[in-house]
Design a protein around this ligand. Structure first.
Ligand SMILES: [Mg+2]
Length: 176
């Protein structure tokens, strides 16, 4: 199902990146707004440390945002990450660009984001796995609020319908 993430976790700050490396992940594609920080917030100390940890685990990173370069570039520079702006998610184009930049492929790359209709669908279109995180803050743009209604319904289905699970990924994510 194109709108179902491969797995979900409440926050990126809970992920054990050494374990992700252990199951073959070499590149992470990150959404920014409401995934790493609140909407339009700059990178903070926690985000900078998070990316240091990821690099330390031997995993490359690329930010993938539909936002403009003036939002994405300073953020990327602050955390020391590659980036793709105006990505046009859910188009797979940006994902492919990100993989090219990180020298990774569909198997070794994971996309982490907070929205089903942009992030999760984008990963699906590019043939890579995705991890859904809970949005950091409730306040966001009006049109995003609108998308949250069908999203809530899909999330409910995601939780109750039987689906093929990626046990290896789930174990790496949940067992810290
Ligand atoms: Mg987002």
């Amino acid at each position: 199902m194109r709108f179902f993430p491969t797995a979900d976790i409440s926050s990126v700050y809970q992920i054990n990146f050494k374990r992700l490396y252990g199951i073959g992940i070499r590149g992470l594609i990150f959404d920014i707004d409401n995934t790493l920080v609140e909407h339009d917030a700059p990178a903070d100390e926690g985000t900078v440390r998070l990316f240091e940890t990821i690099r330390g685990a031997g995993i490359g990173t690329c930010l993938l945002s539909n936002n403009q370069e003036k939002r994405v570039k300073p953020f990327a520079e602050a955390v020391g990450s590659e980036y793709v702006f105006k990505a046009g998610k859910p188009s797979p184009k940006g994902c492919r660009e990100a993989m090219e930049i990180m020298h990774t492929d569909e198997e070794s790359t994971l996309l982490i984001g907070d929205q089903l209709f942009t992030d999760v669908w984008c990963a699906y279109n590019a043939g890579i796995r995705s991890v859904l995180v809970s949005r950091i803050a409730f306040h966001e743009r009006f049109w995003i609020h609108l998308k949250r209604i069908p999203e809530a319904l899909l999330l409910l289905l995601y939780r109750i319908l039987p689906r093929r699970r990626d046990r290896k990924l789930e174990e790496a994510l949940y067992e810290n």
